[in-house]
Design a protein around this ligand. Structure first.
Ligand code: SF4
Length: 329
């Protein structure tokens, strides 16, 4: 069974954008592969953040992942900073990573432009990503389009380390390109993001879901109910594809193109399907929140299983890199 690694930032409770864009796929993958999913808090601190809320945002993300269907008996689910081997391998890989490749990363260029003083951690971010994956010798990484360049760098780092210290030791991770949906915010313009206030939360109540969906942007060419629409450019249709069964999706496309119904009718069907899918998740989240000790125990056990794998890699890597063994090893 191939090993899969993927990470998500500790941004608090999930919204439907990051659920449909990543986590819904993870829930499927855990039945097909040997999966590790990490809440990557060490990555989160490369951007300005509030130390007063990092822990609670991490815990909220953990609740979301378990409530959305990640199963601690099937997958290894853990917080990145709970496994110190990530930072050790990160440093060791830093010594084989070409600076020019880091500077060429599009995400670094974008993010560094927005900061007055650029922390070195932002530049080194892809090395920590490489460490995350290589630590577990994962061969598959589910990636979005914006991560393809980082994955290529990860493969380059693995090749360089292997060439110097042990041909074939680290597998070169391959992208796992699965169909995920890129959902825009309710404004239909920007990416769905909490900072833009254009999200539907995974645990929003049925009333809130409808309140948010009702005024959401649709195909702007559909000015009146009689105008046919184009579902391919409508964000509501994209969300239908995430929550409605295939026959409903086909019906939506047909009724949109033929002006067979109004956008409000279309949204009402979507709201009902979303509520049916999200209600069990909200109930699971409420149950997990009532037992915070159980949540911490799941994360502790996940970190323990991750550490057992990571520890083996680190011992072998140190050995191949020629370090003197500490007494007792
Ligand atoms: S009918 Fe549905 S898919 Fe078509 S434009 Fe309106 S909301 Fe979008």
């Amino acid at each position: 069974m191939a090993r899969v690694f993927s990470g998500i930032q500790p941004s608090g409770e999930l919204h439907i954008g990051n659920y449909l864009g990543a986590v819904q796929n993870w829930v499927r993958l855990q039945h097909e592969h040997d999966c590790l999913f990490s809440i990557v808090d060490l990555h989160a601190i490369t951007q300005p953040y509030d130390p007063g809320t990092l822990a609670s945002l991490t815990a909220d993300m953990a609740v979301s992942l378990f409530a959305a269907g990640l199963d601690p008996d099937k997958s290894i689910i853990f917080v990145q900073s709970h496994v110190a081997e990530h930072t050790e391998l990160d440093w060791l890989l830093t010594t084989v990573t070409p600076l020019g490749e880091l500077e060429r990363q599009t995400q670094f260029k974008d993010k560094s432009q927005r900061q007055e003083s650029v922390p070195a951690g932002l530049l080194a971010y892809p090395i920590l990503q490489a460490a995350d994956v290589l630590l577990y010798k994962a061969s598959l990484v589910p990636v979005g389009e914006d991560q393809v360049q980082h994955l290529e760098l990860m493969r380059e780092i693995a090749r360089r380390w292997n060439a110097r210290y042990g041909e074939g030791y680290f597998p070169e991770p391959q992208p796992l390109l699965t169909k995920t949906k890129r959902v825009l915010g309710l404004d239909g313009k920007a990416k769905m993001s909490k900072s833009l206030g254009n999200t539907i939360g995974l645990f929003d109540s049925p009333e809130t879901i409808w309140e948010k969906l009702r005024p959401a942007a649709t195909d702007p060419a559909r000015k009146t109910r009689k105008d046919p629409g184009n579902p391919d450019i409508c964000n509501i249709f994209t969300i239908h594809q995430g929550f409605s069964p295939p026959e409903t999706v086909a019906e939506v496309a047909h009724k949109c193109r033929t002006a067979g119904w109004g956008c409000l009718d279309c949204k009402r069907v979507l709201a009902d399907n979303m509520i049916a899918a999200l209600t069990p998740m909200r109930e699971r989240a409420d149950a997990i929140k009532r037992e915070p000790a159980r949540l911490l125990e799941w994360l502790r056990a996940g970190a323990g299983r991750a550490r057992a794998l990571a520890g083996r890699t680190i011992v072998e890597v140190r050995d191949r890199m020629g370090f003197l063994k500490a007494g007792g090893d």
